[in-house]
Design a binder for this molecule. Structure first.
Ligand code: SF4
Length: 287
């Protein structure tokens, strides 16, 4: 329990390193919610473990700071229980593409109406700089000090396209206006919406810096790209050289999981009448 006498304005200030890309993502989420006129009480932000996953502590919505890699099962479960909530799941590249990779793949194919924002800084920041699933091959980190990482990095956009996720996008924490607009579009989208966000870790990743990204990223939509062709989205997701696209790669509205399931489509679970349900009988059947 916090000692009330020790509370000060600093108690409500994120403890991320000065200049960390997480600050911009937090601002972008707030701007997006304000733009969509969504009240705090109608939002649940769920996270796993990592620097980014502290985010629910610094925003005045409902929040759940959970276990490493497990933001998606908690977030999708909450959405199924209460369809009226806007559920946003937060995680880092280690959290979602490492510990939580199985949940990521299965969430892509279920199409539950949840927004997934991945703070992708290509490093494990909270544990002080180990190689992560999206670190560039050859990156020298605290856990790969000799010749750098030997593994090819995971391409989360390509995985999402291969699974034909309903909304697939990439943002950059160094472009707040673009990022907040894209997060708003993702939250507003009816279906599972996934946004991978380049989020420089200014303390432990000296390779993928703000300047590194700024010199490479370009806005797909400004180039006239239309996100309605899965084949083109696949090709774009493979562009990771000197020019890296950001923006919406693909979107396609289709039937939601919660509108397909015979029980869920009759109404949100928390409002369903269970007066005639015998808990003892159910327990007997399960034992
Ligand atoms: Fe941000 Fe990196 Fe510091 Fe974590 S370690 S708060 S990701 S700059």
């Amino acid at each position: 329990m916090t000692d009330m006498k020790s509370l000060s304005t600093e108690s409500y200030t994120p403890d991320w390193c000065p200049g960390c890309g997480n600050f911009m993502i937090l601002s972008a989420i707030k701007k997006a919610l304000i733009k969509l006129n969504i009240k705090e009480r109608d939002v649940l932000i769920v996270s796993g473990i990592g620097c980014s996953s502290k985010l629910p502590q610094w925003i005045n919505t409902f929040g759940y700071h959970g276990l490493h890699g497990r933001g998606l099962p908690v977030g999708t479960g909450a959405k199924i229980a209460n369809k009226k909530l806007h559920v946003i799941v937060i995680g880092g590249d280690g959290d979602v593409y490492g510990e939580g990779m199985n949940h990521f793949i299965h969430a892509l194919r279920k199409n539950i109406n949840v927004t997934l924002l991945v703070h992708d800084n290509q490093i494990y920041g909270l544990t002080k700089g180990q190689i992560s699933p999206t670190s560039i091959k050859g990156a020298k980190t605290k856990s790969t000090p000799l010749i750098g990482g030997l593994d090819d990095s995971i391409n989360p956009l390509t995985l999402a396209v291969a699974q034909r996720a309903s909304f697939i996008a990439r943002g950059f924490a160094g472009d707040l206006v673009h990022l907040s607009d894209m997060i708003a579009e993702a939250i507003d989208f009816k279906g599972f919406a996934f946004v991978d966000i380049f989020q420089p870790c200014v303390t432990f990743n000296k390779l993928n810096t703000f300047d590194w990204f700024r010199s490479r990223v370009y806005d797909l939509q400004k180039k006239g790209y239309k996100p309605n062709d899965i084949g083109k989205a696949f090709k774009k997701s493979l562009e990771l050289g000197n020019k890296i696209p950001i923006g919406v790669f693909f979107k396609e509205e289709r039937q939601l999981y919660e509108d397909t399931h015979p029980i869920l489509k009759t109404g949100t679970l928390v409002k369903q009448n269970i007066d005639n349900v015998s808990i003892n009988k159910l327990l007997d059947e399960l034992c």
